[in-house]
Ligand binder design. Structure first.
Ligand code: AMP
Length: 332
């Protein structure tokens, strides 16, 4: 049986990378499969948020999940911290996760480089917690962006290792999933890598961005001085703008700018203006929905309570099997 599991760290507002990499697939999958979608608030502790920031970000992601179309009746929509069983499974998996393999994970190496004064053990064992999130519900399909491919590989390693060690077929192999077949990588606006909050506010287009700041961010996005010769490949910054256009502009519009680029007559100002207009049309419906849901505390409370109940039932069933395989027996 297919089971879908995926989560997003609450680090403020959701950006369109989160939407195209993950949430868009959640909405489609909830129609066909049992789905567990969570807010990864334990994961977010690696960066030491204040209590106020943590709660505010969790509330935002919950509201944004609902605004994007997640249905708490169809899928299980929950806060990771409402399901303490995940920390128990994390502990068991940690016993068979090795320092060498964890140190080799690219996201760890990248974080260790970018925040050398906060290389904590939580960061090192991040892929183990992620594996626990998935294996907790015996997940088989994990809708994520391209940046999570290596973490998924590790989740398979840890699940298989546990199966082998205890000679059981308890955990199926989780596979990364995207409806577009290829895993998605949405580039940021500052010309570097994937769209990411850690690259700064100017890098991200948020689902709730007000129209004026959206416009400013796109108009300020990096470009270059144009193709030096016909047929020359665009710079990374300009390719990123083309990639963003493909997400929200019509194919005619994309083809038009590609052609003017090839002819050397492209005006980046016009291209960005077009992208800003189409992006505004794309995110505008969410802006209002998100602020309505954020003001509806009763809806948020109902959603979180229902999700916690359903997620804990699934988690408790897995943990009972896991404990028994490991050899914990009750004396009373
Ligand atoms: P995170 O914000 O790192 O918790 O990521 C939550 C989800 O969004 C994961 O499935 C990521 O793969 C996805 N995601 C985050 N940033 C991007 C991006 N720039 N492009 C595609 N997917 C992304």
């Amino acid at each position: 049986m297919e089971t879908v599991v995926s989560g997003i760290r609450p680090t403020g507002m959701l950006h369109i990378g989160n939407y195209f990499g993950a949430v868009r697939n959640f909405i489609q999958l909830q129609e066909s499969y049992p789905c567990f979608f969570f807010i990864a608030d334990f994961h977010s502790l690696t960066t030491h948020p204040t209590p106020g920031d943590l709660h505010g970000s969790v509330k935002r992601v919950l509201a944004e999940y609902l605004a994007a179309g997640l249905d708490p009746e169809k899928s299980t929509l929950y806060l990771q911290s409402d399901v303490p069983e995940v920390t128990e499974l994390y502990l068991y998996l940690n016993m068979n996760a090795y320092l060498g393999e964890l140190e080799r994970v690219s996201s760890f190496k990248e974080k260790a480089r970018s925040q050398p004064d906060n290389i904590n053990a939580g960061l090192l064992t991040y892929p183990v917690l992620m594996a626990a999130d998935i294996l907790l519900h015996k997940g088989t399909r994990v809708p994520v962006g391209k940046d999570q491919e290596q973490h998924l590989e590790m989740a398979r390693t840890f699940g298989n290792r546990f199966n082998r060690l205890y000679q059981a077929e308890i955990f199926p192999e989780p596979q990364a999933f995207s409806e577009t077949k290829e895993l998605v990588k949405v580039p940021g606006l500052t010309g570097a890598g994937k769209m990411s909050k850690s690259a700064g506010e100017a890098d991200c287009i948020y689902l709730a961005d007000p129209a004026d700041s959206l416009n400013k961010k796109i108009m300020r996005a990096k470009t270059d001085s144009g193709p030096a010769a016909p047929g020359e490949q665009p710079s990374q910054a300009v390719q990123n703008l083309f990639d963003l256009m493909h997400l929200v502009c019509s194919s005619e519009v994309c083809a038009h700018y590609r052609e003017t680029y090839n002819l050397g007559t492209i005006r980046y100002g016009d291209m960005k203006k077009q992208l800003a207009e189409d992006m505004e049309r794309f995110i505008a419906p969410w802006r209002e929905k998100i602020s309505d849901i954020l003001a509806d505390d009763a809806l948020l409370a109902r959603t979180a309570a229902l999700g916690a109940e359903k997620a804990r039932a699934s988690a408790a069933a897995t943990l009972q099997e896991v404990r028994s395989l490991i050899g914990f027996r009750k004396f009373y």
